[in-house]
Design a protein around this ligand. Structure first.
Ligand SMILES: *Cc1c(COP(=O)(O)O)cnc(C)c1O
Length: 428
């Protein structure tokens, strides 16, 4: 991006004045620090509470109070099919057909369920390629899946690491590993956006490379959904899963979601674990034996819908649907580039310090998050930033993550972050 940014309040406010999404900010509650709305750059960890969330939840509580069990089959938004209201809202965020997505369970649970169908190792083909420094829950999922099938995790899981002295992983190294292990590879499984570095992997290339050697391509989209536009259907991704409480702002631990490409979803013979909510919906209440899965992503559902959480999630997804993920990305590219500029401008005034951004400079290879490596300072910087009004987070051993979310963060937030960072560094 070749914009000549400036580090001053008036300039930041001019950028805000031109921002066509600026009114979205008023649709969220901001936590306060020292009586002021915080500079909230932790939407990659827990997104903000939409103002409409409370009414959405209250509405379903009222239905429960007034109708009891009849709430399942009321005319308006019946609970028994409540998840169906969310699919059309989620599908555009990941570039899926409506029947390729469903909201259910939580992320790690869903990954295990999807692995039941998509990780079907044989003695010869059992290896999984993933990124080094994967999110721990995903790593534990991989390890226990390998063990479950009788393999040793250290043998079955191949991690692609950054080269010595580098923080991000080179795509050519991933492709080379896929080629190297082509005869024993069962799956390529990556966090599409790495939680630690913010690196966005080339989902298209990885999927193609996996398919070329006869492996499945699966992705964890926890840090990608609501952050970057995705086209899972066209990209031929086999399966994906995500949580809803990060960029999707659905609230702590709320219902997650999955994608199963229709080429697999249609195959009702595909092995899976079953429950009544995955059963043919025309016959669900006939209470018969013999599980007959739906030929859609819904065929992976187990249980009936947790409506209260879903209601809040729906309220949040509606905001995304009004703005559209492409407009968000346009703003996000500017907003994060502005943060990068402000950060570098501030840090240049402290030449004794070695703190730097490790997220790729190439905007095509990142979402909104910037990860900052704190060589020579420590965690105390985080406390100083928080006290002064900026919420970012810290990930062991030495990285601060700052994620300006285009839906509710402003250019002025970025300017204020720079001011707070500068003051925290001066006070060391
Ligand atoms: C946030 C996150 C999780 C969290 O998993 P839950 O099952 O929702 O607790 C898992 N994986 C990744 C990559 C994440 O970023």
């Amino acid at each position: 991006m070749t914009i000549k940014f400036e580090n001053n309040l008036q300039y930041a406010r001019e950028l805000d004045a031109r921002d066509t999404l600026k009114s979205c900010r008023t649709r969220f509650h901001f936590p306060e620090i020292n009586g002021q709305p915080a500079v909230y750059f932790v939407g990659n960890s827990l997104g903000l509470c939409p103002v409409t969330a409370r009414e959405a939840m209250d509405a379903e509580l009222r239905v429960w109070a007034e109708y009891g069990v009849k709430g399942h089959f009321r005319e308006a938004n019946p609970w028994y099919s409540y998840h169906e209201l969310l699919s059309p809202l989620v599908a555009p965020l990941v570039g899926a057909q409506e029947h390729e997505v469903v909201c259910m369970n939580s992320l790690t649970v869903n990954l295990h369920l999807l692995f039941v169908s998509f990780y079907r190792p044989t003695r010869r083909r059992y290896k999984i390629i993933s990124e080094a420094k994967m999110f721990p829950s995903d790593r534990y999922m991989l390890e226990t899946q390998a063990r479950h099938h009788g393999f040793e995790p250290d043998d079955a899981i191949i991690e692609v690491e950054p080269r010595p002295g580098e923080s991000c992983i080179r795509e050519e190294d991933i492709l080379a590993k896929i080629e190297e292990h082509k005869d024993e590879l069962a799956m390529v499984f990556f966090g599409a956006v790495n939680y630690f570095t913010g690196q966005f992997f080339d989902v298209v290339k990885l999927t193609e490379a996996a398919h070329e050697v006869g492996a499945i391509a699966g992705f964890d989209l926890a840090h990608a959904i609501g952050n970057l536009p995705l086209q899972l259907h066209d990209w031929q991704v086999d399966f994906a899963a995500w949580c809803s409480y990060k960029y999707l702002n659905a609230g702590p631990g709320n219902v997650a979601g999955i994608f199963v490409h229709e080429k697999h979803a249609r195959d009702t013979e595909l092995p899976r674990f079953g429950g009544w909510w995955g059963h043919d919906k025309e016959r669900r209440f006939l209470m018969e034996n013999h599980f007959q899965p739906m030929p859609t992503a819904e065929g992976w559902q187990l249980s009936n819908t947790p409506v209260f959480g879903m209601a809040v999630k729906k309220a949040s997804l509606e905001i995304f649907n009004e703005t559209g993920v492409r407009r968000l990305r346009e703003k996000s590219l500017m907003l994060t580039s502005y943060l990068e500029y402000i950060f570098n401008d501030v840090v240049a005034k402290f030449p004794d310090l070695q703190i730097k951004i490790i997220t790729p400079e190439d905007t095509a290879k990142r979402g909104c998050q910037l990860s900052i490596k704190l060589t020579g300072t420590d965690r105390s910087l985080l406390e100083a930033l928080t006290t002064k009004g900026a919420l970012v987070d810290f990930r062991e051993p030495d990285v601060i993550r700052a994620a300006p979310a285009p839906l509710y963060n402003s250019f002025e937030d970025v300017f204020q972050f720079g001011r707070i960072l500068s003051s925290a560094l001066r006070a060391r």
